[in-house]
Design a protein around this ligand. Structure first.
Ligand SMILES: Nc1ncnc2c1ncn2[C@@H]1O[C@H](COP(=O)(O)OP(=O)(O)OP(=O)(O)O)[C@@H](O)[C@H]1O
Ligand SMILES: O=P(O)(O)OC[C@@]1(O)O[C@H](CO)[C@@H](O)[C@@H]1O
Length: 328
């Protein structure tokens, strides 16, 4: 049996301009120690990691969304180098350029993300057509990143419902109002999985978590509403993986970090890779964390070879949490 295909959707991609600084001091002049640029946007990054991992016998990764015609060649060379099938709808103009400032002293990254292009209703219809063709029943579809400013806040909600009705499994990784809207859908139109970071989940629920238990309970509440898997990423502290039947806390060892850009996307790529194989929850957690850890050491957003990623899985600390009202 062939593995179900992966499709990633990036409605607001970006060319990431990453600038490394000895130390970021707002209001002063900086001399960059190094700079690089790469095709990015959350779903583009996920497609890249999935392609780095892919075996030649598996179906190629398909990526769609919207791209500005003028700087599309930057994306085309990225897709060609990774054998990703490009199903992006083209728009007039440039895809946005996002600035990532890496502070080499603290290891922190400061993101300056621009609003992006403004696809209209006709282009959104075109994209729906691409999804109808590419999202076969059983496909795993990753929808991630912000919405272009011109699209209605219900766009992710509508796309998730459409994809689910076609039999696809949908992971949604977004934030703010479009995220809130998507999670207000009826149970049969909710995503199969979501990957907020801790701040995004707190924003969704309108309060900060006083402790880990509150975070677990919040994730479980979403699972009870019909979401199969809630992954809450927590930067250097790792991630929480919650379903109706389990809650796992995953923590990476202390890692040398070159850039954190795309770490959340690598986590998503690792999780869907393991889920496609119907792996046990602990393996899903380890693989997600290993993908993320493997990318942190690199300046460019790519995975090393399979052996290097697999070797990281055992170094992750994964603990099963007991929650009062868990059923198993
Ligand atoms: N400094 C770090 N040290 C170790 N692991 C890290 C670090 N930063 C991130 N990670 C790993 O990467 C995962 C995703 O990171 P994070 O929580 O920052 O995602 P995110 O906010 O979605 O980021 P992005 O939007 O840049 O992809 C974490 O769950 C963790 O496993
Ligand atoms: O503005 P969005 O769509 O929320 O995030 C865009 C972005 O920060 O996400 C990726 C990292 O996850 C980068 O490649 C890209 O610049």
């Amino acid at each position: 049996m062939t593995a179900p295909p992966f499709l990633t959707v990036t409605l607001n991609p970006a060319i990431d301009q990453t600038v490394h600084l000895t130390e970021l001091v707002p209001g002063t002049v900086h001399r960059a120690t190094q700079a690089e640029q790469q095709a990015g946007g959350k779903g583009v990054n996920v497609a890249g990691y999935l392609s780095d991992w892919r075996h030649a016998s598996e179906p190629p990764i398909v990526a769609t969304g919207f791209l500005g015609q003028i700087n599309a060649p930057t994306f085309q060379s990225f897709f060609d180098s990774k054998q990703i099938i490009d199903r992006f709808v083209r728009l007039p103009g440039h895809t946005r350029r996002n600035i990532k400032l890496v502070d080499e002293t603290s290891g922190d990254t400061t993101d300056i993300n621009l609003p992006g292009l403004a696809p209209d209703a006709d282009r959104l219809d075109e994209l729906r057509g691409v999804l109808d063709t590419e999202a076969q029943p059983g496909a795993i579809v990753v929808l991630s990143g912000s919405l272009p400013p011109s699209l209605p806040v219900c766009t992710y909600r509508d796309l998730v419902g459409r994809l689910r009705s076609r039999g696809a499994r949908v992971l949604l990784d977004t934030s703010g109002l479009p995220f809130r809207e998507a999670l207000a859908a009826p149970a049969e139109a909710l995503p199969w999985a979501i990957k907020p970071n801790q701040e995004e989940l707190e924003e969704l629920l309108g309060h900060r978590f006083a402790n880990l238990d509150e975070m677990v309970q919040a994730a479980m509440m979403l699972c009870r509403r019909g979401i199969g898997l809630v992954i809450v990423s927590r930067g250097a502290e790792g991630a929480l993986f919650v379903s109706e039947r389990h809650a796992l806390l995953g923590q990476p060892p202390l890692l040398k970090v070159s850039s954190t850009v795309g770490a959340g996307d690598a986590l998503v790529a690792g999780v869907v890779t393991a889920c496609r194989e119907n792996a046990e929850p602990e393996i899903v957690a380890r693989m997600g964390l290993a993908f993320a850890a493997a990318t942190l050491a690199h300046r460019n957003q790519s995975l090393p070879d399979r052996a290097a990623v697999l070797s990281r899985m055992d170094s992750m600390h994964v603990e099963r949490l007991r929650a009062l009202d868990m059923t198993a």
